[in-house]
Design a protein around this ligand. Structure first.
Ligand code: 5GP
Ligand code: MN
Length: 343
């Protein structure tokens, strides 16, 4: 049914790892998004369905609009429960690393993991994965890590192995990483997988509302404010910039996830091909989000100017400087990439 992506050799390697192990910890990246949470929970449900002990653990907390997901109550947040987190890391005989390509992306959890001899399996769709994994399933052509988790479950056990809970989790990651199938979603296999998920009885309309129509009033006000007052458009470079200071985040009572999707908004403007969102997490620390369309590689900009990386059309990084300096770095990046942005 599906075209080959995850090979049968890779699936066999994962099968052996699962058979050999009994205590699994599934790790995903800092500031977990729908794909990180969805893929981790789907895999935890799958491992448990095989009679294995399994837990998901994230470096820090995830947004409220993902808390309804089956198994979300049981996720260990390292930031807020380091003692339990460290115990679990010691306890595990296998780590699954999902939706990130380098241990540095999981902060303090990565530091703890790097000194352990525990087996590590990578399942991810970011380009340029680092080495050091016992098994690596890395496919940048996948729309999401959830797609890869679906493929692995399907290769190992067919559709019978897939439960309603797993299907819901997988749907969330495929939906969020493609902007509800608006980008990175031009392969027919995606829709064949969706048909299988529908066969498990998921309600995609309800899932959409739970994730995208589940925000606070303050988030909507913040979006309005950002579009009206803060958006800077660099017409000559086909680019846009949004800058959000820490004081503004506080003024709008912004909580985790409230700025999700903001960086994409300026791409709605005719001609805009590249957007940047600079968010001052705390004074002197600036989180950077970049988005682009078509073949403009914002991950190259992230690596060169913002200490980061990511996908071709969705990437990020961080800066340790003032906001004025960060804006200057963005302008420098625009000058450097002017020709590519205007061709
Ligand atoms: P977001 O803008 O949603 O925070 O991140 C979008 C994508 O950029 C993520 O899926 C991830 O691939 C990448 N990304 C974000 N921050 C970083 C970072 O600090 N380092 C690297 N290497 N990638 C990042
Ligand atoms: Mn992802």
């Amino acid at each position: 049914m599906l075209q080959t992506m995850v090979t049968s050799v890779a699936a066999d390697a994962i099968k052996n790892i699962i058979n050999d192990g009994s205590r699994f910890v599934v790790l995903a990246h800092r500031n977990p998004d729908g794909d990180a949470v969805g893929s981790s929970l789907a895999l935890v449900h799958y491992l448990r369905s095989l009679g294995k002990e399994a837990f998901a653990m994230f470096p820090n907390d995830f947004p409220i609009f993902l808390k309804w997901m089956p198994g979300a109550d049981d996720i260990v947040i390292y930031d807020s429960d380091k003692e339990r987190g460290d115990k679990l890391l010691q306890w595990a005989d296998t780590f699954f690393c999902l939706d990130f390509n380098a241990l540095s992306r999981i902060g303090a959890v990565g530091d703890a993991v790097s000194v352990l001899q525990t087996r590590r399996v990578l399942i991810d769709h970011h380009p340029y994965p680092e080495t050091g994994f016992d098994v690596a399933v890395s496919h940048p052509e996948a729309c999401s890590t959830c797609e890869l988790v679906f493929r692995i479950i399907y290769l190992l056990g067919g559709t019978e192995a897939l439960t309603h809970k797993m299907a819901e989790c997988i749907y969330v990651g495929m939906m969020t990483d493609t902007g509800n199938f608006a980008y990175a979603s031009n392969r027919r296999d995606i829709y064949l997988i969706l048909a299988e998920l529908m066969d498990k009885g998921i309600d995609k309309d309800i899932i959409y509302r739970r994730v995208f129509y589940n925000y606070s009033l303050s988030r909507l006000r913040l979006f309005g404010y950002m579009m009206y007052r803060k958006l800077r458009v660099y017409t000559k470079s086909n680019a846009a910039l949004l800058v959000l200071e820490n004081e503004e985040l506080k003024r709008f009572n912004a909580i985790k996830g409230d700025t999700e999707g903001l960086v994409n908004m300026p791409l709605q403007i005719r001609g805009i091909r590249f957007t940047c969102f600079l968010r001052e997490e705390q004074p002197g620390k600036i989180n950077v989000s970049l988005r682009s369309v078509d073949d403009f590689p914002c991950n190259a900009v992230a690596a060169e100017f913002f200490n980061g990386g990511g996908h071709k059309n969705a990437s990020g990084g961080e800066l340790h400087c003032t906001m004025d300096e960060a804006v200057e770095i963005f302008r420098k990046a625009l000058r450097k990439y002017h020709a590519e942005l205007t061709k």
